[in-house]
Write a protein that binds this ligand. Structure first.
Ligand SMILES: O=S(=O)([O-])[S-]
Length: 114
C-alpha cells in the first residue's frame, strides 16, 4: 500500500532546520506532558487528544501547499496526523520517521528520552 504522504528522516530534518525552520510548517502532535520532557524548537504543538480544539482552525493556522513536517514520539501518531492533513487538502506533508526519540538518539543526545 502506498501512503499518501512522504517521510523525512531525522538527519535530513536536522540538516534543514537551521536554515529552513521559518519556511517549513512544523507540527508536534504529542501531549503537553511529553512536550514538557522533550521538544524541538519551531514546532507548533497540536496534541491529538485535543483534536476538537484545533481541527476547525487548521486552514487558518497552516497553508495547504506549504511543506509540513509532523512529529510525535516514534512516528505512529504523526502518521495518523499526516493522513488526516492529506484528507484536509494538504499537498506536501511529511512524517518524521522515528519521531523525537530517533532525533534524540541519532542527532541530539542532549534531548531527554522517555
Ligand atoms: O508517538 S507514537 O505514537 O509513535 S508512540
Amino acid at each position: 500500500m502506498t501512503l499518501p504522504f512522504d517521510s523525512i528522516d531525522v538527519d535530513a530534518l536536522a540538516r534543514r532546520l537551521p536554515s529552513e525552520a521559518e519556511t517549513l510548517q512544523l507540527i508536534d502532535v504529542r501531549e503537553p506532558d511529553e512536550v514538557a520532557i522533550a521538544s524541538l524548537p519551531g514546532f507548533q504543538v497540536l496534541p491529538l487528544s485535543q483534536y476538537q480544539d484545533w481541527a476547525a482552525q487548521i486552514h487558518q493556522r497552516f497553508e495547504t501547499e506549504r511543506e509540513t513536517i509532523v512529529m510525535c514520539h516514534h512516528g505512529t501518531r504523526s502518521a495518523r496526523m499526516c493522513q488526516w492533513l492529506v484528507q484536509q487538502g494538504f499537498t506536501n506533508v511529511k512524517n518524521l520517521s522515528g519521531g523525537i526519540d530517533a532525533y534524540a538518539c541519532q542527532v541530539d543526545p542532549s534531548i531527554p528520552r522517555y
